[in-house]
Design a protein around this ligand. Structure first.
Ligand code: SER
Length: 326
């Protein structure tokens, strides 16, 4: 094992990458974290490299240049956007994973993080308290790529001893960054609209309950999993983690405690069908047992924090946070 931890984050510009990079820089030092993505954002702080993760030579080049010991592979096309071009979604999501797994194996990388998703579950999994080992028949190409990816992660662990660790994220809610192309994205956009005193049009039915998680819990879960002693990691496909489950109308009710005039329309689109195929709540007892996972944020705490932080953000003029519907 190389002594100094050096981390490469692929997908640094995404909803999670934006925040996780800061947490990794704080933990390991700015000089030990390399962000990479297809483009560089003006406000990126730290070491950054433009890279297309479908190109193995380029990822190999970065691993050699920085003596990388850990890779966080966050790049993917999500559930809703992925349906626009199914074959391309499969190609990109799988190709980037194979590049990461192969480069990691060849360079004896210490640890790899590969996010999976509640999208791996389909209509044949129990809707409530969906267990870690439920039957997987995903309804989206994104979900199919993650279900396959989990098995590849396990394969590289068993065949080559590569220490790949994975979490099935619920919908992630944070004020720091915007999601792009997911089915759970409404749960971030709604807070922006409330703070801006604008009307919100929700693309899901009002009573569609989905598993969600606050960004702070998401980051903590990721770091806790990656810090856990290797022998504690018993699941080598991916761990379920729960945060909180709620429906759009429940968020609206919570927001209206602070913004009583907040107006919402419900105009469900194709994303309703995707959401309907996903669990309503998640059994995360395996993660709790193996590495001590416990969420902290409930809907009330999420709502209060989102509104307070977004108010500060918009007050200081960060209106460049575009709210994309998909
Ligand atoms: N948030 C993701 C999506 O909606 C789920 O992993 O696609």
């Amino acid at each position: 094992m190389k002594s100094q931890t050096k981390i490469l984050v692929i997908g640094a510009n995404g909803q999670l990458g934006t925040v996780l990079i800061g947490a990794l820089q704080k933990k390991y030092g700015v000089e030990n974290v390399v962000g990479s993505d297809l483009t560089r954002k003006d406000n990126f702080y730290g070491i950054f490299e433009i890279a297309d993760a479908t190109h193995q030579d380029r990822i190999q080049e970065l691993v050699s240049k920085y003596q990388i010991t850990q890779i966080y592979h966050l790049a993917a096309i999500l559930s809703a956007r992925g349906e626009e071009n199914p074959l391309q979604t499969w190609e990109i999501n799988m190709k980037t994973l194979f590049v990461v797994l192969e480069v990691s194996r060849r360079n004896a990388i210490d640890k790899v993080f590969y996010p999976s998703s509640i999208a791996v579950f389909g209509n044949d999994a129990p809707l409530h308290q969906t267990p870690n080992n439920a039957y997987l028949n995903p309804a989206t190409v994104y979900g199919m790529s993650k279900a396959a990816g989990e098995n590849w992660a396990q394969y590289y662990f068993e065949r080559y001893g590569l220490d790949v660790r994975s979490i099935r994220y619920p919908g992630v809610i944070g004020y720091q960054s915007l999601p792009g192309g997911g089915t759970t994205d409404y749960a971030v956009a709604i807070y922006h609209k409330a703070v801006l005193h604008e009307e919100f049009t929700c693309f899901l039915e009002k009573d569609t309950t989905l598993p969600m998680i606050f960004m702070a819990d998401t980051i903590r879960a990721t770091l806790e999993l990656m810090d856990a002693p290797k022998e504690r990691i018993k699941t080598r496909t991916s761990y379920n983690i729960a945060g909180v489950s709620f429906s759009p109308i429940e968020v609206v009710q919570e927001i209206r405690k602070l913004y009583p005039e907040f107006k919402v329309n419900f105009i469900p689109d194709f994303r309703q069908d995707i959401a309907a195929s996903w669990p309503k709540s998640i059994d995360d007892s395996a993660a709790a047992r193996d590495w001590g996972w416990k969420p902290e944020y409930d809907l009330k705490m999420i709502t209060q924090t989102m509104i307070q932080k977004l108010k500060e953000k918009y007050k200081t003029g960060s209106r460049n946070l575009e709210i994309s519907p998909c």
